[in-house]
Ligand binder design. Structure first.
Ligand code: UTP
Length: 409
């Protein structure tokens, strides 16, 4: 794209501020900026013009049936056998979603490279791989691992894994792919400049992981290996079980397209989104969408009817993902502190929210998957997310939970 074409495009989009410093740039900078403009994904315009209706009205919300701990315990051996067989046969792969910015934790670089050790280093990635190693040992195989990064952390993530010898994995079993980026805009919808030759782009949320994986050419790899199920998981939960054979077995046995690890709400008003049915389809209802009556509704056993809080550990049937890969899922608009170029020519992060980012969410894949099995896990054994440095869901709380589970720190 040359300057005239970029100018015409930006005039039509009312985004000419991106060319504000063009004349000051050297040739390399000019080309860099023109390339970046050519590659802007303009889907955000539609998201701004038609924001997702988050009110939950017009939905036919009902409780969803799931597997509680006691029911799982009774059939554990049976589920485990099915799961181990599937993993042994190479039907299960793991996908680590690690493209996020980890802004709440406030570290530079990949969140998974954060050291949570006390007396010795223990990186988040490392702890998760220790959990996966137990499954590999039991099944006698390496579960193929795919890792999603973003432009913001790809180089650092791949070099970190290499420097740590892929945490005991053969290099051939770990593949990295980058997620897509979306522009970040101010409150008037104008795309920020991050530097004079670079529009501000951010990872576009974790909902587009499968499309990004396909665009990276990994579909062929999955089929060559005979993979049928993909277990996606977040980088921040250091206690989660990845490719857990019991979970895999229960999901396969139930005939659904998606298994979701869930923790049960401890009280009716706990602030977590819960799995539910919307008419004939599975969905998530946010805590603020639940009426008082629904929040307190009980099932036939006297337990909360809306209790299954999802923890970002899902097992997706590959064939169904392939069916829906081109279906649009909602683009959510989130107000954030966006690092950008200020009038004084300096790039910095503002003290408070200064604009909007656009994100799709993995949880919005639940509905198009059409059937889902909520699979309860014990919160204190499998849920230690690290979102913040201190307080709730923090390095501190995760360390306590790791210790309770016998992990030496
Ligand atoms: P979070 O919603 O916690 O976002 O991501 P985050 O970016 O890591 O952290 P904050 O909000 O900036 O503090 C949940 C999971 O989804 C991944 C994250 O890496 C994490 O594993 N994710 C999030 C992506 O892979 N891509 C994204 O664009 C966003």
């Amino acid at each position: 794209m040359n300057y005239e074409q970029a100018k015409a495009l930006l005039e039509s989009k009312k985004q000419t501020q991106l060319l504000r410093y063009y004349d000051e740039l050297d040739d390399a900078g000019k080309n860099k900026l023109l390339d970046a403009i050519e590659n802007i994904n303009w889907d955000f315009e539609d998201a701004l013009a038609n924001p997702v209706d988050m009110s939950g009205k017009d939905r036919d919300i009902r409780p969803i049936a799931g597997l509680r701990l006691s029911a799982i315990e009774k059939r554990k051996a049976e589920f485990e056998k099915i799961g181990v067989e599937a993993i042994k046969a190479g039907k299960v792969a793991a996908v680590l979603l690690a493209g996020g910015m980890g802004t709440r934790l406030g570290v530079d670089g990949p969140k998974g490279a954060y050291d949570i050790g006390v007396t010795k280093p223990l990186y988040i990635f490392e702890q998760q791989m220790k959990n996966l190693a137990e499954v590999n040992k039991k099944c006698g195989v390496f579960v193929p691992l795919y890792i999603m990064t973003s432009d913001k952390n790809h180089a650092q993530t791949t070099s970190f894994w290499k420097a740590h010898n892929y945490f005991g994995y053969p290099e051939s079993e770990v593949k990295f792919f980058k997620q897509d980026m979306a522009p970040a805009v101010d409150f008037n919808g104008k795309i920020f400049l991050e530097t004079k030759d670079t529009p501000a782009l951010s990872p576009n949320g974790n909902g587009g992981w499968f499309g990004s994986m396909m665009r990276a050419g990994l579909g062929e790899d999955l089929h060559k290996r005979g993979v049928e199920w993909l277990n996606i998981y977040a980088v921040d939960n250091v206690l989660q079980r990845i490719a857990d054979p019991v979970f895999v077995g229960a999901t396969i046995d139930s005939g659904v397209n998606c298994g979701a690890k869930v923790i049960c709400k401890t009280n009716p008003y706990e602030k977590v989104g819960v799995l539910c049915m919307d008419g004939e389809k599975p969905d998530i209802i946010e805590y603020y969408e639940l009426t008082d009556e629904m929040a307190n509704q009980k099932d036939e056993n006297g337990d909360l009817a809306y209790c299954y809080g999802a923890i970002m550990n899902y097992l997706f049937r590959l064939s169904q993902l392939e069916e829906i890969v081109n279906k649009k899922i909602p683009v959510h608009i989130v107000e954030k502190k966006i690092e950008c170029l200020y009038e004084d020519g300096v790039t910095r992060k503002p003290e408070k929210e200064n604009g909007k980012k656009f994100e799709t969410l993995a949880v919005d894949l639940i509905k198009p998957m059409e059937s889902v099995l909520p699979f309860e896990v014990a919160r204190e054994k499998e849920f230690a997310p690290i979102k913040n440095k201190t307080g709730v869901d923090s390095v501190e709380s995760a360390r306590e939970l790791l210790k309770l589970n016998g992990v030496e720190l």
